[in-house]
Write a protein that binds this ligand. Structure first.
Ligand SMILES: [Zn+2]
Length: 252
């Protein structure tokens, strides 16, 4: 069972009540500011994530497109080979007209056959490069579609972010103004305690209502006597388990 310790119990109950109310008010305002920051806090991260995703997609596209130009170069090489072979065939054909014997004729015939084979081989290669180009084109199409979709998403997120920044700026300004007012009603000791509890609290809550005979922050039980004292606004109490400042459940 968590116990509570009290401070400033020598204060009148109306003074204690005012302090508790101010602390609670301060907590409400700070929680609202926390919420605004959380709202804004997630979107910039989403935007940078999308931007780096797009960067990677563009790199992939570039790589895929360079594959494409590589294949096209190979095709040009094969086309050049065909052209050369055809030139040679033309040359051999005219040479064959002028042969003086069978031996020369056969030798040129062999060259002609060889060049015909070269052309056949080059055509086969061009055909398979064509298949590669078609496959690559399909990949490029998919990457481009993905890039378009992500860009659209990024544009949405960016406009959401700028809307939120615009609207939260106003709200935050208002909240900071009322926070300043509330701050004035909390003395420096309590303020330091409040700030230090808030900095270690995972949900930013330093002030919590009691709930029946338990701390509203960590749900540790409080003795009925302390609970009553808190309700009667007789003291400012801290939960011994989580250290949070406890306020009556009817504070607001
Ligand atoms: Zn607690």
């Amino acid at each position: 069972m968590a116990t509570t310790k009290k401070i400033e119990s020598d204060y009148s109950s109306s003074a204690i009540s005012a302090k508790l109310e101010s602390l609670f008010q301060l907590q409400l305002i700070d929680s609202k500011i926390d919420k605004l920051k959380t709202l804004r806090g997630e979107l910039p991260l989403e935007v940078t994530d999308l931007e780096s995703e797009l960067e990677k997609l563009n790199e992939r596209l570039e790589k895929q497109e360079s594959i494409d130009s590589g294949i096209n170069e190979s095709i040009s090489t094969q086309e050049q080979k065909i052209k050369n072979a055809n030139d040679l065939i033309e040359k051999y054909n005219s040479q064959q007209m002028k042969v003086r014997n069978n031996r020369e004729f056969n030798a040129i015939n062999k060259e002609l056959e060889f060049q015909a084979l070269e052309i056949e081989l080059a055509n086969k290669k061009i055909k398979s490069f064509g298949v590669e180009i078609a496959e690559n084109a399909e990949k490029i199409k998919l990457i481009k579609a993905k890039i378009r979709e992500r860009k659209k998403h990024l544009k949405n997120k960016k406009s959401q972010l700028s809307d939120i920044v615009k609207s939260t700026e106003k709200d935050e300004e208002k909240l900071l103004k009322s926070r300043k007012k509330s701050e004035k009603n909390v003395d420096s000791n309590l303020m330091n305690a409040y700030l230090s509890i808030r900095s270690t609290s995972n949900n930013g809550l330093a002030v919590v209502k009691i709930n029946r005979n338990a701390c509203g922050g960590c749900f540790s039980s409080i003795t009925p006597q302390h609970s009553l004292n808190i309700r009667m606004r007789k003291e400012i109490s801290f939960c011994e388990n989580c250290g949070r400042i406890l306020v009556p459940d009817d504070i607001d």
